[in-house]
Design a protein around this ligand. Structure first.
Ligand SMILES: Nc1nc2c(ncn2[C@@H]2O[C@H](COP(=O)(O)OP(=O)(O)OP(=O)(O)O)[C@@H](O)[C@H]2O)c(=O)[nH]1
Length: 365
């Protein structure tokens, strides 16, 4: 129940969004949220004041509701700056008129200006600072006018004013909590998206060199601390230059992407894969000895050899890989040493005819 409500609210706040990670998203969310809250409050006031037979406030709130819906639609249609600006204008008018002519400052209704000021600080960017200062200055001045001009109001009894004061306090707190939450969760989402972009290789979707080497450091350190084995493997596509030269660079890219997908499906979930550069990949196998690692890599080699990669013209591109494997050992103090050994083993595999797996032995030169 709670989650479905949260989902509906999330959908409403995302109204009009086309790009999940563009700029201004914090602002758009806050604008949507402000309109939603404004429309809900207008609706509540229409009901309450119709019930209390105060048609003028009910009508005033109805006009507010219509303007609120227009603003929401503006934001939905992508007229962000119009929506952005309409909100503080309508809110300032509503607070001033209700506070001065109906509720009186004892109701604390003019404290809603706090929301307008917070809105201005969050929603207007640096290049809109003049609008921001106008909204903030206007709000502060009108707050003072409301505070000193008509403390009693004409409509509400002292008790009702106390009730309104409590409602104002609670809703200002609520608005602040939601807006802070919104901004934080947007920042978190954008942050994690940026991290993903910074760590992914665009062509293959695998970890890029920086990420896989960072994984290598961590896995190596974990293995040393826990006295476990780990195996590093460097995988290289055979005669890849020839594939590019024969079938074209695009076909080469297709091969890289499809081999990467195959690697993702054959390599065990606990292992890490990344694109080391060009047509080279790294596979890091945790808690694994060389023998088991060789079995996994042999399975991959076989799977790649049997892949059917077709160009757009329907030509099948024959692809094979070679891989070199090396394991952590007693005299190894840095992960780069294992990579260097795996690279040597790869060289051996290439020298021995390619399409094979070669394991680095400590007796090798
Ligand atoms: N299509 C494509 N080609 C790339 C990419 N990155 C590197 N290459 C090409 O990969 C080729 C690698 O060639 P070589 O290093 O000579 O290796 P090879 O032809 O695979 O030969 P062996 O490794 O000895 O079997 C070069 O021609 C690069 O231009 C890429 O992202 N896409």
């Amino acid at each position: 129940m709670f989650f479905s409500i949260k989902k509906i609210i999330g959908k409403l706040l995302n109204l009009g969004f086309t790009d999940a990670f563009g700029n201004d998203l914090n602002q758009k969310h806050v604008v949507n949220f402000s309109y939603l809250m404004f429309c809900v409050s207008c609706l509540v006031m229409i009901v309450v004041f119709l019930f209390r037979q105060m048609p003028s406030i009910a009508f005033f709130s109805f006009v507010g509701l219509i303007i609120g819906l227009v603003g929401l639609r503006y934001n939905y249609m992508g007229y962000f700056s119009r929506a952005q600006l309409l909100m503080p204008i309508v809110k300032i008018c509503q607070i001033t008129i209700l506070s001065l002519f109906y509720f009186g400052s004892a109701s604390g209704f003019h404290w809603f200006f706090v929301n307008v000021i917070a809105y201005a600080f969050i929603v207007f960017r640096v290049d809109q600072r003049f609008t921001k200062y106008w909204v903030v200055t206007g709000s502060v001045l009108l707050f003072l006018v409301c505070e000193f001009l008509n403390p009693k109001g004409v409509y509400l009894t002292a008790f009702e004013q106390a009730v309104v004061l409590t409602i104002v306090f609670l809703s200002v707190c609520f608005n602040f909590a939601v807006v802070i939450n919104l901004v934080m969760s947007r920042l978190k989402a954008v942050n994690s998206h940026l991290r993903t972009l910074a760590e992914r290789d665009e062509l293959t979707g695998l970890s890029n060199r920086r990420k896989v080497l960072a994984d290598a450091v961590n896995i190596f350190a974990d293995s040393v601390i826990n006295r476990e084995l780990c195996v590093f493997s460097i995988v290289d596509l055979d005669h890849f230059k020839k594939i590019n030269d024969t079938f074209g660079h695009e076909a080469g890219d297709l091969v890289l992407a499809q081999v990467a997908t195959m690697m993702g499906s054959v390599i065990r979930s606990q292992d890490e894969i990344g694109r080391y550069g060009g047509e080279e990949f790294i596979v890091i196998m945790r808690n694994t000895n060389l023998k088991n690692a060789e079995v996994v890599m042999e399975r991959l080699r076989d799977a790649v050899e049997n892949m059917l990669i077709e160009t757009e013209q329907g030509i099948v591109i024959p692809v094979t890989i070679s891989a070199g494997l090396a394991s952590i050992g007693p005299n190894i103090s840095r992960y780069e040493e294992i990579l260097a050994m795996a690279d040597k083993a790869l060289y051996t595999a290439k020298r021995n005819g390619r399409n094979r797996i070669s394991v680095h032995s400590s007796f090798q030169n």
